[in-house]
Ligand binder design. Structure first.
Ligand SMILES: O=C(O)CC1=CCC(=O)O1
Length: 262
């Protein structure tokens, strides 16, 4: 797998579609990896350049010692895009990936010309909730978080089916330090003030069954960004690119067309 190196950190990525196409960069949710985009990528226009990566502590990227700061995760995205000569991308982020998207757009508008914010918010949960999860993963491992997490991620029918079960296994196979590090980054993030300054083209979408960042929370963040569009994906949970990829592909493609990115 291709990767870039930032000091001791190795970030794994995939660079697909047309190399000269307009770039779209994808950042995944906590406790997952770049495979959350597997179902979606083939349904998007293939004349785009489609770049996805594993966050630090996730997938095949390496795991620095936790905790992580949101600023470090944003810097990772910057370094990846610079290394791959990507500018003026549409940045698609799910959950913590959507927080990275918001922070990157505030910091580096030269890198980002549009946002797709999936199941994310300017602030997710409370520091206490995240500290409880960090304590739990440290004491009992990721398996102890798997069932409640899958309930937040997927509606019952999908969760009990083969793909839901596969994502439960993948979650457990993740790196507990990476999870704890990412959880600490979310705990320390409140982007209400900075996200409210954004004016770039933005599509915010959320699964109707999302148990982590429910529709009202995502709508509230969308309303901070002047001119943004908000959509609910019926039947989807916290990771709609996994359980409702066709619906997400249609929304994202229409958004990309509306801003002349494709
Ligand atoms: O609640 C969860 O486990 C899901 C989640 C919250 C932030 C994120 O990236 O994933």
């Amino acid at each position: 797998m291709p990767h870039i190196e930032i000091g001791d950190l190795r970030l794994n990525y995939l660079d697909e579609g047309r190399a000269t196409g307009a770039p779209v960069v994808f950042a995944h949710a906590l406790g997952s990896d770049l495979r959350i985009w597997d179902n979606l990528i083939p349904l998007l226009p293939q004349d785009l350049r489609l770049v996805r990566y594993d966050l630090r502590g996730h997938g095949r990227s390496t795991t620095p010692e936790p905790p992580y700061a949101m600023g470090a995760l944003i810097r990772d995205a910057e370094r990846l895009m610079e290394a791959l000569s990507i500018r003026e991308a549409v940045f698609v982020g799910c959950s913590i990936g959507g927080m990275i998207a918001q922070g990157l757009a505030v910091k580096r508008l030269d890198l980002v010309r549009g946002l797709v914010l999936c199941d994310t918010a300017a602030k997710i949960g409370t520091p206490e909730i995240w500290q409880d999860r960090i304590d739990q993963v440290r004491s009992y491992g990721l398996e102890s978080l798997a069932d409640p997490t899958m309930k937040r991620w997927f509606a019952p029918a999908f969760r009990q089916g083969p793909e839901g079960q596969l994502w439960r296994e993948r979650f457990i196979e993740g790196d507990p330090d990476g999870y704890a590090g990412g959880a600490a980054a979310i705990a320390g993030t409140d982007f209400y003030t900075t996200t409210a300054r954004l004016t770039l083209p933005t599509l915010a979408l959320v699964g109707s069954e999302d148990g982590s960042t429910p529709p009202d929370l995502v709508r509230e963040t969308a309303e901070l960004i002047r001119g943004s569009r908000f959509e609910i994906v019926r039947g989807a949970g916290h990771v709609p690119s996994v359980d409702k990829p066709a619906e997400v592909a249609a929304l994202v493609t229409e958004f990309l067309r509306s801003i002349g990115h494709v």
